[in-house]
Each structure stands twice: as C-alpha cells, then as structure tokens.
Design a protein around this ligand. Structure first.
Ligand SMILES: *Cc1c(COP(=O)(O)O)cnc(C)c1O
Length: 356
C-alpha cells in the first residue's frame, strides 16, 4: 500500500521555537497526520499524510453515540546521534488489533501500521524534541458511519497524530500520591479493561476527579469483584518491590497489557531478579509498607515510562513508601529503559527501530 504524502515540509525554525516552550503533555500538535479510511466490503483505502486539521464527521457518526473507538500511545525519541528511534512499534500495532477485535472494529495489518507510523515520524522528525521530552504518537480508530442503532459500524477512520511532550507528571521523576479506590471500578472480568478504548477512560473520570480534589495525583484501581486486589494506577500498570521480588498483577483481562510492563519484567528477569505475576491485595500492600517488606512501588507506561509511587491512600490513611523517595530499583530500571530508548544504553533485545 503506497502512502500519498500531501504535505509540505514544515518550517524548521518555527518548530524549533515551538519546542522551546514548556511542552506539557498533549497540548501542542505536529502539523502533519496520517489518515486512512475503511468501508465494509472495500477494506482500507486512501492512506495519506495530510496537514493536521479537523476531520469531516457527521453529528450522527456512530463514535459520538456508542463510543466505538480505540487508540494507542507510543513515543519517538531523539538520539544523541541525531537519529529518531521508536520503541517496539510492532507491539503497539499488535495490541491495536487486539483492541479492534474486542470492539468489533477492522484490524490493520501490523506491517501497514508500522510503516504508516515510521513514515509519519520521518515527516515529523523536526518535531521530535530532545530527551527527556519526546514526540508522543497517538494512532486512533473511530466509527465514522453516519447512523444510529447499536451495532458495529460499517465505516471507520484511522488516523495518527503527533504531539511533542515533556514529562507526563509536571513534577518529573518525583514520587506521586495515589488513592486506592474502594468504591468505583475501572474494569470487570469479561469487560473491556484490556482494550485501549475511550470508554474505559471516560468511566474513570469521576473517581480521578474526586481523588484530585482530595489531593492525590492518580487512582489505584482495585478489582471489581472483591474491591481488594491491585490492578493499575491511572493509565499505567503497577509494580512492587516486595521482599526483594518484583511483583505485578497478572494479565487476567481487566488490566491493559502494557508494553512498558512487559519490557520491565523481561529486563528484571534477565538481571536475575525474581519476578512474580500474581495478585496482591491492598491489605497485603499496606501491611508490607508498615512492616518495611514492601520497599518500592512504581507505575509503568509509555507516557511517563516509570513513575515512582510515594504514598498510597487507603481507608482514610496515607501509607508512605520508601521515605517518599524513588527507590534504587525504580531509579535503575528507569535509567536503563530510557537509556535503551534514547540509545545511551545498548539494546540487547532488538526493541528499538531507528529512522534514518
Ligand atoms: C496504555 C496503558 C498502559 C500502559 O501501556 P504501555 O504500553 O506501557 O504504554 C497501562 N494501563 C492503561 C489503562 C493504559 O491505557
């Protein structure tokens, strides 16, 4: 499939001055995007790179009514040698297809997704800021058919946009305060928790907003059945260092199978650290913090890569982990993974794809 490029190269000096400001997260958007359309019976057509701008959609477009939508998140990094690198783009493409299957949307071959991403990032190379900033890449698919009635749509739009981003948490690599949520739930067994679909995030806003108002940075989600077992924080997976072992929730269909999570588990195993994928209850975690056997906790996800957790609020009490400082393993694994992504540390896994 030939990708038509219908954009002019952007003005490097204008981009440079845009990148010099405080980037924040997801506030500035690169001026080119990838777009492709799907119709049942015909399949995917018209792959093109076009100027970033509004999509023509009818108010009856099904995405607005029934939320048939999926997305991905990955980053392009600027390396010291000037090359641009992507981290495991095939893994994001495979996960996009697994989200598509769950939401009854058309899959896109992994190689087509990766080619579209790499070609767009090539066009946007001037938009990739210096580390620790990066160009966040957001592939998205929406149901664009103009129709009412609850059923899978017959028409879709797939697009990829780019946003130069600074650190996800404005405080940077500083421990966050999370609130274990005993009332609201994010995902139930058999639900859509393992798919990156918009409704999961809309459904989380009530709890997230209440937690912010109570002085927390993010929600620590517990399982829907028992309101006990730790699942995720915000839009990140969560890992603990407990009795020297790295422990994280197994993939039981309620949590998002994070690529950062999987990469960190692989790296930890290869370093000889014991790794366990098992459920931990909030009682086990808070007791471990009090006894001093739970020494570190951190979130893992593309946006922030690794986020140390300094405080867990539960049942009206704040539990402080590791003196509210990033732990040694958290710091080490963050340095190693971001080092691999930016080309400062050798990549023994073949995870990094560079764009010449
Ligand atoms: C995207 C996401 C993650 C992290 O996935 P990565 O592939 O590591 O970026 C974790 N949890 C949720 C809910 C997510 O949406």
């Amino acid at each position: 499939m030939e990708i038509a490029v219908r954009t002019a190269q952007s003005e490097p000096s204008r981009i440079k001055s845009l990148l010099e400001q405080e980037l924040g997260f997801g506030r500035i958007f690169a001026d080119q995007m990838f777009c492709m359309r799907y119709t049942e019976g015909t399949g995917w057509r018209d792959p093109e790179i076009v100027p970033y701008g509004p999509l023509p959609l009818m108010p009856s477009a099904m995405v607005f009514h029934y939320g048939q939508e999926i997305f991905e998140g990955q980053k392009a990094y600027r390396r010291a040698d000037g090359r641009i690198a992507m981290f495991r783009p095939e893994a994001n493409a495979a996960r996009f297809n697994s989200s598509a299957r769950r939401m009854v949307m058309p899959e896109i071959p992994v190689d087509v997704q990766v080619r579209a991403t790499l070609q767009l990032v090539g066009c946007l190379r001037e938009w990739v800021p210096e580390p620790p900033s990066a160009l966040y890449i957001r592939p998205t698919m929406i149901a664009s058919e103009a129709a009412l009635g609850v059923r899978p749509a017959k028409e879709y739009i797939y697009f990829i946009i780019g946003s130069p981003v600074g650190p996800y948490f404005p405080k940077g690599f500083a421990p966050v305060r999370v609130k274990a949520e005993g009332h609201y739930v994010r995902a139930a067994e058999g639900g859509t928790g393992a798919a990156k679909t918009g409704g999961n995030y809309a459904g989380a806003l009530r709890a997230q907003t209440d937690a912010k108002n109570e002085g927390y940075d993010a929600i620590l989600w517990l399982d829907a059945k028992h309101h006990r077992y730790i699942e995720e924080i915000g839009a990140m997976n969560i890992l603990f260092v407990f009795e020297g072992k790295l422990i994280t929730s197994p993939l039981l269909g309620t949590i998002l199978p994070g690529i950062t999570r999987e990469s960190l588990l692989r790296m930890a195993r290869d370093e000889g650290r014991p790794v366990e994928e098992r459920r931990m209850s909030i009682e086990e975690v808070t007791a471990g913090i009090e006894k001093g056997t739970l020494t570190e906790a951190f979130g893992a996800g593309t946006a922030a890569v690794v986020t140390p957790i300094g405080t867990i609020g539960w049942a009206g009490k704040d539990y402080v982990i590791g003196g509210n400082k990033p732990g040694p393993f958290t710091q080490h694994i963050y340095d190693t993974l971001t080092g691999i992504q930016c080309g400062k540390v050798k990549d023994p896994y073949g995870w990094v794809r560079t764009i010449e």
